[in-house]
Design a protein around this ligand. Structure first.
Ligand code: C2E
Ligand code: CA
Ligand code: CA
Ligand code: CA
Length: 275
């Protein structure tokens, strides 16, 4: 029994070591990547339906790995959140996106995603202030996208931070709307500037009548609450036509443009995209 016990012990310990080590390696990799400038925001256009013009771009982070090539955010954001690296990484994206937006024509806006983990960090408001002042970008050209899970951590601290951010003149959008549990109550807790309708509703717009009904209700809700609505994940002309008829304010998706590096951005649409 004694030897079996020792055997079991030996079996588990190295295993946990390996997991822990793998995480440390990844964390170290991410730290190095940030220091080496391997992160890069791509930008995807958001199109205003009434004016038929691009109103701004959403920053979507990529990791340009020297050996592995482009790595999507789904593969490294969760690790950055677990290891605390999301704070410096998030601050870096904010600053970079503001700086990049200063090179764009007109009053185009830039939207940046905030992780719920960043809200647990006392320095969030300060890093937004720093990013704005370093770039000189007007606050109302800056939009922060947060998900419902931020409001799930509820507590007054989160709402205080949101109000402080709004106090800076920054716009706040509610991302992935409709995927959480009690979405409607969140609309009461904070006056968002924008609701982003989750792409799961847009995807099945042509095949499911209930998706159309849901999108119509969200746009009407937004209208009566004074919030604009942006439909995400628009891939086809048919989806666009339906979203326009449903009264959405803006559309975003592959049909209007893929996320692209700063240097490849185009600031106007092809006429066929708006027919
Ligand atoms: P999200 O904010 O909901 O972003 C939308 C995702 O849908 C992006 O994936 C975008 O590339 C993709 N997408 C856009 N148009 C279409 C379309 O027409 N069809 C389909 N199927 N997909 C479309 P991506 O770039 O892989 O980003 C995934 C998630 O990673 C984002 O979801 C966001 O939650 C997170 N993320 C990205 N950048 C950042 C960042 O800088 N900070 C933080 N905290 N999170 C980020
Ligand atoms: Ca987003
Ligand atoms: Ca989204
Ligand atoms: Ca999402």
């Amino acid at each position: 029994a004694k030897s079996q016990g020792r055997g079991t012990y030996r079996f588990f310990e190295p295993d946990m070591d390996v997991q822990l080590q793998a995480r440390r390696v990844l964390e170290l990799d991410l730290r190095k990547a940030l220091a080496n400038g391997e992160f890069e925001p791509f930008y995807q256009p958001q199109v205003n339906i009434a004016s038929s013009e691009i109103s701004g771009f959403e920053a979507l982070l990529r990791w340009r790995h020297p050996e592995r090539g482009l790595i999507p955010p789904g593969e490294f954001i969760p690790i950055a959140e677990d290891t605390g690296l999301i704070a410096p990484l998030g601050e870096w994206v904010l600053a970079k996106a503001c700086k990049d937006a200063m090179t764009w024509p007109g009053n185009l806006k830039v939207a940046v995603n905030l992780s719920p983990v960043q809200f647990r960090n006392k320095g969030l408001v300060t890093s937004v202030v720093n990013a704005l002042s370093a770039s000189g970008l007007a606050p109302d050209r800056r939009e922060l996208e947060i998900t419902e899970s931020v409001l799930l951590q509820d507590n007054d601290a989160t709402l205080t931070i949101l109000h402080e951010l709004r106090g800076l003149g920054v716009r706040i959008a509610l991302d992935d709307f409709g995927t959480g549990y009690s979405s409607l109550s969140y609309l009461r807790s904070f006056p968002f500037d924008k609701i982003k309708i989750d792409q799961s509703f847009v995807r099945e717009l042509s095949t499911r009548a209930d998706c159309l009904a849901i999108v119509q209700s969200i746009t009407r809700l937004g209208e009566s609450l004074g919030m604009s609505t942006t439909a995400e994940g628009v891939e086809t002309e048919d989806q666009f036509v339906q979203l326009r008829a449903a009264g959405c304010t803006e559309v975003q998706g592959y049909y209007f443009g893929f996320p692209k590096p700063l240097k490849e951005l185009v600031f106007s649409l092809a006429p066929r995209q708006l027919s």
